[in-house]
Ligand binder design. Structure first.
Ligand code: HAM
Length: 410
């Protein structure tokens, strides 16, 4: 017996209605903001992620599914911002009038240790907005995320924001951080010792207790909590906060929020749930003003987010799924087939018994799968009528067959 791979999951019919719900809501909410769907390939050149996401990140260093084909190194996408940016550049979307707002959904692949809320193949729904420097775009993107979460019924979430500054002001911060941590370098975990050299900002993300204790020392905290960002980055951040305040969006500022991907500058944000274990981020995003240029495009600012759909599903719980509207019941299967098709042709879902079961068994099946039983007994057949039984309330009416569509439609 060949089994499913570790860190992957089947989405079975018992749950697929939840996925369809998330996808329908994405289309509905994001299109209200003028965003259009983009679908990019699931594998891309490895170099795209190495250059895009950053070759000092865990995602690129440890988690990519990379394979060789025709002497090319290819990688299953670990995230979709790099792919969308590649497509934006390749299809000349900078020529479109800004902002260009794109949304997507689909599977991503990361070779991580599977645990609750963390899979090796998982799905994201996300938004990328190109062409706007102003913090209005940051605010709108955060708003799109919150309103999507509201639309699917999730309210009990907290928004965290931070500003990573621009490459210039971040350099000063990195130098100060390295300076204050130098005496503790040998006490840091091996990962942090590497981060210290290659990507000091990522130090703040470490989950190892000994490192966390070092980072909570007063002199280290003084550097972390300092307002290191330059005047224009500060102004951008202040404007964003003003917009969020005006929109009554509650948020907290988390100076430790640095995100695990290298392309961010200025605004970063995460939306977290209190009802998920350690993997509690349902949404992560931020501004990435240099990525389009770094990947060979015109200088184009951008901001976006992605949400983990499995995490959203686990917060949703279940609700009444849409069941078939009508189940046609008759001892004459040809009559049942004809009427079922007529109902379907009018845009209403319908089924009938395909296996030649007795009348009572057909009714039993109907009550499990449909809202209404549409019964064609001998009398009904003679009088061109049908009996419609509401399977929840048991209310029953015999009506003219020609009135059926209107009746079900109502
Ligand atoms: P990310 O924070 O790496 O950002 O992922 C976004 C979300 O995907 C996470 O908050 C989480 O809900 C979900 N996620 C990540 N890894 C896993 C996993 N192994 N299993 C289940 N869910 C997972 C990005 O991917 C950026 N591309 C977001 C972005 C878009 N930034 C700007 N634009």
């Amino acid at each position: 017996m060949i089994k499913i791979q570790k860190g992957t999951k089947d989405i079975l019919p018992a749950d697929s209605y939840l996925w369809q719900f998330l996808e329908d809501k994405a289309r509905e909410v994001f299109s209200k903001y003028g965003a259009e769907e983009i679908r990019t390939p699931i594998f891309e050149a490895t170099e795209l992620f190495a250059r895009g996401v950053g070759d000092t990140t865990d995602i690129v260093n440890k988690e990519m599914y990379t394979f060789e084909k025709s002497e090319r190194s290819l990688t299953l996408r670990p995230e979709n911002t790099a792919g969308v940016v590649r497509s934006f550049i390749e299809n000349g979307m900078h020529r479109l009038s800004a902002p260009v707002k794109l949304w997507y959904k689909g599977p991503m692949f990361r070779y991580e240790r599977p645990q609750a809320g963390r899979q090796r193949q998982f799905n994201q729904v996300g938004v990328e907005v190109f062409g706007i420097n102003a913090p209005t775009a940051d605010a709108e993107v955060i708003l799109m995320a919150i309103n999507y979460l509201k639309a699917i019924g999730l309210n009990d979430l907290s928004v965290e924001i931070n500003s990573l500054g621009c490459p210039e002001c971040r350099e000063t911060f990195k130098t100060k951080l390295k300076e204050v941590l130098k005496p503790y370098l040998n006490d840091l975990c091996p990962d942090c010792q590497e981060r210290y050299e290659k990507n000091p900002l990522r130090l703040l993300d470490c989950k190892v207790e000994e490192c966390k204790q070092i980072y909570s020392k007063p002199e280290v905290q003084a550097v972390i909590q300092s307002d290191f960002i330059c005047e224009s980055c500060q102004e951008h951040f202040n404007e964003l906060k003003k917009y969020l305040d005006t929109l009554n969006i509650k948020y907290s500022i988390n100076k430790l929020l640095v995100r695990g991907l290298d392309y961010y500058n200025r605004t970063v944000f995460e939306i977290k749930s209190n009802n998920l274990g350690s993997q509690n981020a349902v949404c992560g995003g931020g501004r990435y003003d240099s990525l389009v240029k770094n990947l060979g495009g015109e200088d184009t600012p951008a901001v976006g987010f992605a949400m983990g759909m499995e995490r959203l599903i686990s917060l949703l719980g279940s609700f009444d799924k849409d069941i078939t509207t009508a189940f046609v019941i008759s001892n004459d299967s040809l009559e049942a087939l004809k009427l079922t098709e007529e109902i379907r042709a009018n845009g209403i879902s319908a089924e009938f018994d395909l296996s030649g079961k007795k009348f009572v068994k057909q009714l039993e099946k109907a009550s499990k799968t449909a809202k209404y039983a549409v019964i064609i007994g001998e009398d009904e057949l003679k009088n061109s009528q049908v009996t419609v039984k509401n399977l929840k309330t048991s209310e029953q009416n015999t009506i003219a067959r020609s009135d059926l569509i209107k009746y079900l439609g109502n």
